[in-house]
Design a protein around this ligand. Structure first.
Ligand SMILES: *[C@@H]1O[C@H](CO)[C@@H](O)[C@H](O)[C@H]1NC(C)=O
Length: 349
């Protein structure tokens, strides 16, 4: 299967200021069979609004033909295996673990991360089984010394995962049926297309390289490289005057920005782990998956030019859902297959 051919389609449009009549068009570039791609920014005029890609996804199913392609989905309890590549400090790991542990948590306030996951649970396979409600953090792996260097390609990523599951010391368990491998790269690591086209992507490993078919995702910390693209709205593109970033709920722009990308990838891995299950679009090489459809939407009214209604902490940080142990996160919505629109736990209607 192809995994390095770029493609592109318009995703969402951000209005900067009604006075300036400037509109930011963020194009999502799909790079590879199943990538979460991200913002290419062009300046254009409001007249282009009506051509904005995600406008058509927000409120109605009219243009969305999300279909099930008969492949497997993750219906038994899901185990997440983070691979910490490069330099990660403890507070950063705690934020990400805090999110992963919130997916199936029962102790969170409404609106919660586990309520966000309940939309993902609405997807079923051909036997009628739903996506599992049980998502657990499993064994982790540290790759502190950049085993494959500070610049990774799509191919070398598979070698990083191979190292993690075949390591002579504490290898990660091989779990092709319900394990998801999350390669998380620190802010000094470059990955092919990172910041240009993508903030993260998911795919599966090739038996010829890794020895197994393992669904995995890569998400990078964009904090030092392109937070305005990959950690929006905690950072904004530098060349837009007057557009202000919002405050990150866990105090780390790069890592708080990763949370929504990680959530995006896990939702898609669960519903389309081998890229032959739930997606829209005619070309399986460029699938539009359940989180792609709602990229940039964090609340009611979101889409097109607007993130939607979010919430604020007493300290003025922006979030849209609660996790366990009182943590707060900003996570994009996903497509609800029953309602046929993007939905999240903080929906007002
Ligand atoms: C399973 O999916 C069906 C179809 O979307 C839905 O009606 C049902 O509520 C789901 N069950 C759970 C436990 O989410």
């Amino acid at each position: 299967m192809r995994h390095s051919q770029p493609g592109r389609y318009p995703a969402h449009v951000i209005t900067i200021s009604s006075v300036m009549v400037l509109v930011l068009v963020l194009f999502v570039g799909v790079s590879g069979s199943s990538s979460w791609a991200h913002p290419h920014i062009n300046l254009t005029t409001t007249s282009d609004l009506r051509f904005g890609g995600s406008k058509k996804y927000e409120g109605s199913s009219e243009f969305v033909h999300l279909r099930y392609h008969m492949g497997p989905i993750l219906t038994t309890s899901i185990t997440l295996h983070p691979i910490w590549y490069g330099r990660w400090c403890k507070p950063q790991k705690r934020i990400i673990r805090g999110f992963l542990n919130s997916i199936s948590a029962v102790d969170s306030k409404h609106p919660s991360v586990s309520q966000w996951w309940s939309t993902v649970q609405l997807y079923t396979d051909q036997t009628g089984d739903n996506i599992s409600s049980n998502v657990q953090l499993g064994v982790e792996k540290n790759d502190r010394f950049y085993s494959h260097g500070k610049s990774l390609t799509r191919l070398s990523i598979q070698h990083v995962i191979k190292s993690a599951v075949t390591s002579s010391t504490k290898p990660l368990p091989v779990n092709p049926k319900s394990g998801l491998y999350l390669l998380l790269t620190s802010d000094d690591v470059h990955v092919e297309d990172f910041c240009g086209q993508v903030c993260g992507f998911h795919y599966f490993t090739f038996p010829s390289i890794v020895g197994y078919t393992l669904p995995y995702a890569w998400v990078g910390n964009s904090g030092k490289r392109c937070p305005g693209l990959c950690a929006y709205p905690f950072a904004v593109p530098g060349f837009i005057p007057g557009l202000k970033p919002v405050m990150a709920p866990n105090g780390d722009v790069g890592v708080d920005g990763m949370i929504s990308v990680i959530a995006h990838e896990i939702a898609e891995l669960a519903t389309n782990p081998l890229v032959n299950a739930w997606y829209a679009g005619e070309d399986p090489s460029f699938p539009t998956e359940i989180a792609d459809l709602c990229e940039g939407i964090y609340g009611t009214g979101g889409g097109g030019s607007y993130t939607g209604q979010m919430m604020e902490t007493e300290d003025g940080a922006t979030f849209n859902m609660h996790g366990s142990f009182g943590r707060k996160f900003l996570v994009q919505w996903v497509w609800n297959p029953v309602l046929n629109y993007c939905y999240g736990p903080n929906a007002m209607d």
